[in-house]
Design a protein around this ligand. Structure first.
Ligand code: CP
Ligand code: NVA
Length: 316
């Protein structure tokens, strides 16, 4: 059966642990595992702009022995001249992986439903699950065991990063606290799914409008842009809306001593995070960015093996 990675919960807790362990091994020996040797091609579609996702997938596919094919916004028939399902039926005959940054989650689901090769969500309006594999790898490197660790996310709590922190965090058995203003909190269905997974892993979920409730003693403090791609017209309103949820020195002082700070980048130092914090000693954002490469290499290799498209020994 083909395995896809469309949301954070597409990996079981045990599978997430295996992917993180593989990522750490691949980070230590970057060119030892080549499930895309041939080279096989992996298609990487972008409907939105990107720096980290584009480079990490391109570099990662090459390091796995494959050839990345980057398709920029507006460069293919997908989305205007050709349906998602017809595109999937063509691509699966030519490439070994389909990686797609897009708007609607339903588009990714449709692509996956018609593809025999793994489809990976490289960010949608609803989730950014690849980022969270990298983030959890980073937390593990800096703080060790994830289970029982607390993570506070502040800011736009209705966006893709908030949803992914919530789901991936509880999948790893973490105590996840999400804080944002009324009307900008995770959707009830996502909170419910997180609570179900938390019950299996020993994690927990707090959704609050109080930044200090989320921050109290937290081991990890995370935030994201207040203006996601596609929301540029709302910039002025959003800068006002999230002002109480800024990650600055006063906020960080409420977290645990030695707490680490995550931001998926790109960051706006005049908005969601202060320069003092993101450029300060508790920030691990550059490790986090680097870990996109290692996390996604592990994810791609693991999906190929689980889908029967690469031999187990290629990732052993
Ligand atoms: N964090 C992240 O996904 O960055 P890019 O938008 O640059 O890919
Ligand atoms: N929430 C941001 C994440 C960017 C990596 C966005 O969707 O633009």
């Amino acid at each position: 059966m083909t395995r896809h990675f469309l949301t954070d919960l597409d990996l079981s807790p045990e599978e997430l642990g295996r992917v993180l362990t593989l990522a750490a091994a691949m980070k230590a020996a970057p060119y030892a595992i080549t499930p895309l040797a041939g080279p096989q091609t992996a298609a990487v579609y972008f409907d939105k702009t990107s720096t980290r996702t584009r480079i990490s997938f391109a570099a990662g596919i090459s390091a796995l022995g494959g050839a990345p094919l980057i398709i920029n916004p507006g460069e293919s028939q997908l989305g205007h001249k050709e349906s998602i399902s017809d595109t999937a039926k063509v691509l699966e005959r030519m490439v070994s992986l389909i990686i797609w940054r897009t708007y609607e989650q339903s588009g990714l689901e449709e692509m996956a439903a018609h593809s025999r090769v793994p489809v990976i969500n490289a960010l949608s309006d609803d989730y950014h699950p690849c980022q969270l594999v990298a983030d959890l790898l980073t937390v593990r490197e800096h703080l060790g065991e994830l289970t029982g660790r607390s993570l506070a996310y502040l800011g736009d709590a209705a966006n893709n990063m908030a949803n992914s922190y919530l789901l991936a965090g509880v999948n790893a058995g973490m105590d996840v606290r999400i804080a944002g203003p009324e009307g900008y909190l995770p959707a009830e269905e996502i909170v419910s799914a997180a609570r179900v997974r938390a019950a299996e892993t020993g994690g927990s979920v707090t959704i609050t409008t109080e930044a200090s409730e989320a921050l109290a003693g937290a081991d990890v403090v995370a935030t994201d842009t207040w203006i996601s791609m596609g929301q540029e017209d709302e910039k002025e309103q959003r800068l006002q809306l999230f002002g109480d949820y800024r990650v600055d020195a006063a906020a960080l002082a409420q977290a645990a001593e030695g707490a680490i700070v995550l931001h998926c980048l790109p960051a706006y130092r005049e908005a969601e995070i202060s320069a003092e914090v993101i450029d300060g000693p508790q920030s691990v954002v550059w490790d986090e960015a680097e870990n996109r490469l290692h996390a996604q290499k592990a994810l791609m290799a693991w999906l190929l093996v689980e889908s029967g498209l690469a031999d187990e020994e290629t990732v052993a």
